[in-house]
Design a binder for this molecule. Sequence first.
Ligand SMILES: Nc1ncnc2c1ncn2[C@@H]1O[C@H](COP(=O)(O)O)[C@@H](O)[C@H]1OP(=O)(O)O
Ligand SMILES: [Mg+2]
Ligand SMILES: [Mg+2]
Ligand SMILES: [Mg+2]
Length: 397
Amino acid sequence: MVASIVQNPLKLGTTLHLTPTILAPISRPLLFFSNPLQLRAVRRASVSMSYDRQLAAAKKAASLAARLCQKVQKALLQSDVQSKFDRTPVTVADYGSQALVSFILEKELPSMSFSLVAEEDSEDLRKEEAQGTLKRITDLVNETLASDGMTDVSPLSEEDVLVAIDNGKSEGGPRGQHWVLDPIDGTKGFLRGDQYAIALALLDEGKVVLGVLACPNLPLASIASRNQHISKDDVGCLFYAQVGTGTYMQSLDGSRETKVHVCATETPEEASFFESFEAEHSMHDLSSSIAKKLGVKAPPVRIDSQAKYGALSRGDGAIYLRFPHKGYREKIWDHAAGYIVVAEAGGVATDAAGNPLDFSRGRYLDLDTGIIVANQKLMPALLKAVQESLKEKASSL
Ligand SMILES: Nc1ncnc2c1ncn2[C@@H]1O[C@H](COP(=O)(O)O)[C@@H](O)[C@H]1OP(=O)(O)O
Ligand SMILES: [Mg+2]
Ligand SMILES: [Mg+2]
Ligand SMILES: [Mg+2]
C-alpha cells in the first residue's frame, strides 16, 4: 500500500493576506583597526553571522511567488503548460514565480551584489509564438505585486520580466553570495493539483546559509496521520532556516510561527520514509529494499517536491530516500533550501556514500548515487542498509 497526500487546490480557494515584512538591519560592531585587512575580515565575519535582512526578503519573495502559483493552479489551463527541450513541463507559474522572486530580492536588497542561480531562462519566451504566454506571465507578476500593495513600483514591462527571469543565469560557485531558486519545485505535482514548493536559498562562500520553502498545498498539521479532515484554512506552510538559528514554520498568511524539529526516533522499525511521487525521479524498488532491511513497517509516503524536506523537518516522517535513475544529474536548486531546513531542524542530509552535499560546485550537485536524509541517530543504520541494497542491486544487473 502506498500513501500519498493529495490536496486538490482547485477545490480549496485559499486567499492569502500578507502583512508587509519589516526588514531588520544588520548590526555592525563599532571597532577600530589600524590594519585595513583586519578590519575587512572582521566586517566580513560580522556580516556573515546574520542574514536577517536576506531572510526577510526571501520570505517575502517566496510568499508572493506562492500567491502567484496558487492563482495559476486554481485556474489551470492547458495553454499554460509548455514543454522544455528536456521534455519536462514548465508553466506560466514557473516563469512568473522566477521573475517575481528575482525582482523582489533585487528591490529589497539594493546594497547587495545580486547573483541568482535559478532553473528557468527566457529563451523559449522570446520566440514569436510565445508572445501571448509572455503577456500572461507579465500580467500575473504585476497583479501579484499590486495585490501586496506594492504601490512604490511601476508595473513591469514584458522586457523587465524577461530580464528578471534571466538574472537566474549565474553559475554559483565557491566564492561570494548567490541566491539559489527553484521557482516551482515539483512541476508535475503542481499540474496534478498535488504538492509543490517554491524553494529559495542563499549560498555564502559555497555554503547554504539560509533557506525558505513555501509549500502552498502542505497541511499545517502533520501528514503522518493521513486520514484526518483538513480545512482549506489549514493548508499552506512556509518553512525557513538561517544557519545556526534553527528551523521555523509558519502559515503562508504569516501567522502561527513555530520552531520545528526532526523526528527523534532511534528505532528504524518506528520510522516512516518519504520518497518521490514519480517513480521516474527516484527508484522505488531500491528504497523498498532499504526500508525492508531497516525493518521499517510503515508504507512509503510519496509526495512531490521539497515539501518532503519541510515535512521531515517537523517530524512527519523520519527518513527521505532519493535515488534518481542512472545518468540524472541533481541541480543545486532542487536541494539547497530543503537541505538547510532539515539541517537546522536537527537532521542530516548526505549522498548515498555518506558524504556531505557540496553546493559550491556550480549549478549541479555532483554526488554519489543518491540523497538520504534522517536524524543523526538513524544515520549509521540507514547508511549500512543503503550500501547493502546498492551492492545487491549492482550484482543482480
Ligand atoms: N528524471 C528525473 N529524475 C529525478 N528528478 C527529476 C527528473 N526530472 C525532473 N526532476 C526534478 O525532480 C524534482 C521533483 O522531485 P520529486 O520527485 O521529489 O518531486 C523536481 O526538481 C524536478 O524538477 P522540477 O523542478 O522541474 O519539477
Ligand atoms: Mg522543471
Ligand atoms: Mg525542482
Ligand atoms: Mg522547477
